[in-house]
Ligand binder design. Structure first.
Ligand SMILES: Cc1cc2nc3c(=O)[nH]c(=O)nc-3n(C[C@H](O)[C@H](O)[C@H](O)COP(=O)(O)OP(=O)(O)OC[C@H]3O[C@@H](n4cnc5c(N)ncnc54)[C@H](O)[C@@H]3O)c2cc1C
Length: 460
């Protein structure tokens, strides 16, 4: 089987076909989360749409499991598999910007850094996640919450104008409001369930320099800082955004050396409005608690977008638990204070992101991303180095999550942050969209070829 499909693919694709005997195999099969150690039969490093078509068809004909990989950031490791075929899109990463129309066409395997780099040249941007190594593909089809720009311009998927999609039956189709609108609806929040997006077309917005960065506060002020984040940011103009974090102080030059390794809390801020207004906007934020250190200033937007890359490089071990959060009552703040301060490693954290403003402007049934009434998205993030510490770190994440979940106001979480053991609440995570997603799945992938994702089971 292995030789057959590898041979067939080698003669039909332009990209490299990597198999277990190859020197490149270990690199080709690895993903961002080092907890994931899977051994596919074949990895196809696709170069173009023809390669994607050939790989989907070949995997199907061979009856093999197919994993589709964009940036490889999925914490449960949906971008790889055991025994099957991995379709690696990372070489399909070109970005073409139309500055007059303020749109970009971007390859399905591009990373956020490639999107931001290309659009910034024209003083433009679209909201997306804040680690530059994340894949545009997985992020967008799952929704795409941009901690810095989503309050102002919506989710990444809200800015998608169209997509080119290779379907489960091996065809290339366009999805947009005009063409295949059911597929277009499902691709905006329904995850990788519906096909392989070979390119996205996005709407862009004028964003060039921003004023942003982290402000670290004393840990014993964390409850006040969290309350301030809840009350002040949600009432602020949409040009202000950011997130709350518990964070062990890394050894960075702007943090006093004596404080390196201390557990602190932080607000990471981004002001994308008039730079002349920035100091006025920042003043109350700096007064939210006793500041230990800060690194806030004017910078090109892509610099803020990649500011935390070095803190969490690829190859660490990850376990995350996430919820949509309606509001932050006092009991929830107190529960955060019982768990957040024991964050176990410098790379672990709890992040609270805002999910309001322009995210709420979109009706809940306009896209598959249904949770337009959440105020926040919470993510308890365990990241560590050594396999010997797996149980201690996963226990911290689970303990924190179990205690805080009852206050979230939702059963489901944001699918892009969900762990493999969250498969039991897929229905809740897609919320009111779930039944329609099942219908669209039946129309476009009745045999569930694309099942390595937060999986939607096709309707009968
Ligand atoms: C360090 C880090 C920071 C993050 N920050 C944010 C953030 O700020 N905001 C946010 O919303 N999310 C964030 N995420 C979550 C991220 O959006 C998801 O992990 C997402 O799935 C990553 O996409 P990927 O292409 O890198 O992943 P992959 O592992 O390659 O793929 C993930 C899923 O998407 C599917 N997929 C990927 N590309 C395509 C495509 N072209 N067409 C169809 N399906 C595709 C895959 O089949 C798989 O099911 C972050 C993740 C990490 C690890």
């Amino acid at each position: 089987m292995n030789d057959d499909i590898a041979e067939k693919l080698a003669t039909s694709v332009r990209g490299r076909v990597v198999t277990p005997g190859d020197q490149a195999y270990d690199d080709a099969r690895s993903v961002y989360n080092a907890m994931i150690d899977r051994r596919p039969q074949v990895v196809v490093q696709a170069q173009d749409e023809a390669d994607v078509l050939a790989t989907v068809r070949a995997a199907r004909e061979a009856g093999l499991v197919l994993a589709v990989r964009g940036g490889g950031h999925s914490v449960p490791g949906y971008g790889t598999c055991d025994d099957g075929v991995v379709l690696d899109l990372s070489a399909i990463h070109n970005v073409f910007v139309d500055p007059r129309e303020k749109t970009a066409r971007i390859g399905g395997g591009a990373l956020l850094r490639e999107l931001d780099h290309a659009t910034h040249a024209f003083g433009l941007a679209t909201p997306a996640g804040f680690f530059s190594s994340t894949g545009v593909g997985g992020l967008t089809v799952g929704g795409g919450l941009g901690p810095y720009l989503s309050r102002r311009f919506g989710l990444t998927c809200d800015n998608m104008l169209s997509a080119q999609v290779v379907t489960a039956d091996g065809r290339l189709v366009t999805a947009s409001e005009e063409e295949n609108p059911d597929l277009f609806w499902a691709l905006r929040g329904g995850g990788g369930n519906f096909g392989v997006v070979t390119s996205f077309e996005f709407k862009l917005h004028p964003v060039d320099q921003v004023v942003g960065g982290p402000i670290f506060y004393e840990l014993d002020a964390a409850a006040d800082v969290m309350r301030f984040f809840r009350d002040h940011f949600m009432a602020a103009p949409r040009e202000l955004s950011g997130f709350f974090a518990f964070q062990i102080a890394p050894p960075l030059p702007f943090i006093p050396e004596a404080r390196h390794g201390d557990t602190l809390c932080a607000l990471v801020v981004c002001w994308s409005g008039d730079p002349a207004e920035a100091e006025r906007v920042l003043k109350p934020i700096r007064a939210a608690g006793p500041v230990v250190a800060e690194h806030v200033g004017p910078m090109p937007y892509p610099v803020l977008q990649s500011a935390f890359d070095a803190l969490v490089p690829a190859g660490l071990r990850h376990y995350w638990k996430s919820d949509f959060v309606r509001s932050l009552p006092e009991e929830a703040v107190e529960t955060h204070m019982e768990h957040g301060p024991s964050v176990p490693t410098m790379t672990s954290t709890m992040h609270l992101y805002l999910s309001d403003g322009a995210v709420h402007d979109v009706p809940p049934d306009a896209t598959a991303f249904a949770h337009r009434d959440a105020g926040f998205v919470m993510n308890v993030i365990g990241v560590w180095e050594d396999a010997a510490d797996d149980s201690a770190n996963t226990a911290w994440v689970r303990g924190y999550y179990d205690a805080i979940h009852p206050y979230s106001g939702f059963e489901g979480g944001y699918t892009n942050f969900m762990a493999e053991d969250d498969m039991g609440r897929v229905k809740e995570s897609y919320g009111a969209s779930y039944e329609k997603l099942r219908q669209v799945k039946r129309a476009w992938d009745p045999d569930n070829v694309f099942h390595l994702n937060q999986n939607v089971v096709p309707a009968k």
